[in-house]
Design a protein around this ligand. Structure first.
Ligand code: ATR
Length: 283
């Protein structure tokens, strides 16, 4: 069996990608092993150069290399350019193309798992870091009507809002105070948390960007945080009567998008989700 596909990161021990990617490859009878390569920053350029080899399909890229690979690849797709990060590198006859599927992965999670189409809705995104960039880009391409970016450091939200402003799409940037949030959150039907609030093992595991009293009963709440599966933020959304979806769908669908572009085949989505759900249960 050959290994012309895999993931690079550092550290890489925690990654769940090989579990669901391998399940997809096996289901389609593709004779490849999806590898996890621990690549230190100083080894990055040499490792990525090996992706040019004949027969090599694609490399998924995770922390801390998502920006560092930009000058190493030969070409960037519009998505990678707009998000400013690469999470997949495809080998197209020796030419390396850097792409970003975090945004489309988020959209597929929303549409295919939660049954929610963001087109024409009012949305609030909490946070203005790397995950937020991918999600703001995705919501812009999906055609949300209005977008508010709320961040602890309002200047970062302002920079993100102006970067993505185009034509009639003009995100509003606000801080995270209750006062500011109360002008936007109750009127939004899509709320997305991209901050680290609620993350397992972090300093703010029991925190949430917003509480139930402010959330509309018809809101869809999406949390980019995937561990724990039910964050405090999602609990608040449900308490308000809304619907919730955790970040696992974004994680798996960014991989599924990459899998499909690497293999040229439609991914066995259910098989890949079952594989990761099983792996998480046995953790
Ligand atoms: P990621 O790549 O996961 O998006 P990041 O780029 O480090 O991670 O972004 C972290 C986000 O969580 C930022 O929006 C950050 O807010 P600041 O820009 O003000 O730093 C937000 N964040 C982290 N800790 C937070 C906290 N305790 N309260 C509110 N927001 C927080």
């Amino acid at each position: 069996m050959s290994s012309n596909i895999g993931i690079i990161g550092h550290p890489i021990g925690h990654t769940k990608s090989p579990v669901f990617q391998q399940a997809g490859l096996d289901e389609l009878g593709i004779d490849e092993t999806f590898e996890a390569w621990d690549v230190k920053p100083e080894e990055l350029e040499a490792k990525v150069a090996t992706f040019r080899a004949k027969g090599f399909l694609a490399g998924c890229v995770t922390l801390p290399h998502k920006q560092a690979v930009i000058p190493i690849v030969d070409e960037l797709t519009d998505a990678a350019e707009a998000v400013g990060a690469v999470n997949w590198i495809f080998n197209r006859d020796g030419k390396l193309v850097g792409h970003n599927t975090d945004g489309t992965g988020f959209l597929r999670g929303l549409k295919e798992k939660a049954g929610f189409d963001p087109k024409g809705v009012d949305a609030v995104v909490f946070g203005a870091g790397g995950a937020s960039r991918a999600i703001v880009y995705a919501l812009k391409t999906a055609g949300v009507a209005r977008l508010t970016i709320a961040n602890r450091t309002v200047e970062t939200a302002q920079a993100l809002a102006s970067e993505f402003s185009e034509g009639r799409f003009k995100p509003t940037a606000i801080g995270m105070s209750r006062d500011e949030l109360s002008n936007y959150v109750p009127y939004a039907t899509l709320l997305v948390n991209t901050t680290s609030l609620g993350m397992a093992g972090g300093p703010a595991e029991l925190a949430t960007p917003v509480t139930a009293d402010m959330i509309s009963a018809d809101a869809m709440g999406y949390d980019a945080v995937y561990a724990p599966p039910m964050t405090k933020f999602l609990t608040e959304v449900e308490e308000a009567g809304g619907t919730s979806e955790g970040g696992m769908t974004m994680l798996v669908f960014q991989g599924i998008e990459g899998f499909e572009m690497a293999t040229g085949k439609t991914a066995p989505v259910d098989t890949m989700f079952s594989a990761i759900e099983k792996a998480l249960k046995s953790d």
